[in-house]
Design a protein. Sequence first.
Length: 220
Amino acid sequence: MIILSILSSCNETKEIGPEVLGYDFYPINAGEYKIYDVKEIRYQISGFDTSYYQLRETIFDSIPALDQITYLIRRDIRASESEEWESDSLWTATRTANYLSITENNIPFIKLTFPVTLGREWDGNSLNSRGEVTYYYQTLENPAIDSVSIDNHIRVIIENIEENVTGIDLKSEVYVRDVGLVEKDYLTYKKCTSSDCGEIGQIIAGRALKQTLIEINNEE
């Protein structure tokens, strides 16, 4: 009886919760919306232009297909809280057992892979025709978000090319358990490298984006 009991316990399969895999870093709830403050800078050879606005992302519908569900995300923008929301674009989110993909302007990117573990790497462009880009997980030593512990957040490094003679490309996103995306921090620009484009070292094109979560709610 003792032997049978031991064998039975060895054959039991432990259920792995979603929090172990990291699914809760991007919870998907129908009707939920998030509002972000956004600062965006557009660089061009004649100078740069800075804009401030708010972005609202709402999960408003879903499309089931085989063993996965694609969620529709309506994106609206407004110049300030006193302005009306205006339609901007439609994105989608698909979470499988192995990854989370976000389709931005018809281009899918793998934003997270599961399980979420520090240092894990993957090709964020494996679902599109762009060149390979290695994403990886990194923690924040000093989270800027109030009341967020080290265990409850993760930073995804998308690009990490420090400034050089041709430009810079730094992109990262921060996700919090039971909340989702709370911050985007993008900085990319190209410099003039020959007399054909102007002054050597001058920024000729690029974009900086700082997106920070300020509100989360559910319309249902």
